[in-house]
Ligand binder design. Structure first.
Ligand code: SF4
Length: 192
């Protein structure tokens, strides 16, 4: 069988977190400098169906990989976020929008404890336009974010010089500006 050359392209609402997520996480990396602006605590959720050739975290495509998301871990993430030098939380994976149960619980807790003094970034294989046609849980998660890095990783457009993304089709989006203007508004601090 020929190897797949391109990522999967789901129909709107074809993939549902309620059916796919096993509520597992592949990794948690506190106090890192690479997953967005400033010092960040990053949660890598398990499971992604896009199957991008060249995926940076292939092992986390499996929804059963890793450890269950626990209250204890959530408490630890919140405690780590309380450090004054931490700018915010990053969600990545795997696919955060196919693990909305975990991501929404954590983001809602962050907002309850810190309001908007901490920001939330998420990566996704969905494009912004695809997300607009997606399930209510995905739209709710999107509405809680500050920054979204969107789109599949495309080997043909790979560019390691880009900020915070691996291929040129991916965008760093200011979520709140985009929602209020009804069109994609790029992150203001974009350099390249
Ligand atoms: S969307 Fe991201 S996590 Fe999913 S397969 Fe593509 S590169 Fe990997």
């Amino acid at each position: 069988m020929a190897s797949k050359k391109l990522p999967q392209n789901p129909q709107p609402q074809e993939w549902q977190a309620s059916e796919l997520s096993q509520l597992k996480i592949a990794d948690y990396k506190p106090f890192n400098f690479v997953d967005g602006e400033g010092v960040r605590n990053s949660l890598y959720v398990s499971g992604c169906q896009f199957a991008c050739p060249g995926c940076y975290n292939k092992i986390a495509q499996n929804f059963n990989y890793g450890q269950p998301y626990t209250q204890e871990l959530e408490d630890q993430i919140i405690a780590d976020l309380a450090e004054p030098y931490v700018q915010g939380l990053t969600l990545l994976g795997g696919e955060p929008f196919l693990n909305t149960q975990v991501c929404l619980a954590l983001v809602r807790r962050l907002r309850a404890e810190f309001g908007h003094t901490k920001d939330v970034w998420s990566w996704t294989g969905y494009t912004w336009d695809e997300l607009q046609q997606e399930t209510p849980d995905k739209l709710t998660l999107l509405s809680e974010l500050d920054v979204l890095v969107d789109g599949r990783f495309l080997l043909a457009q790979k560019d390691l010089t880009l900020q915070f993304r691996g291929s040129a089709n991916q965008r760093i989006i200011d979520v709140q500006q985009s929602l209020s203007q009804g069109k994609v508004v790029l992150w203001a601090n974009l350099i390249k």
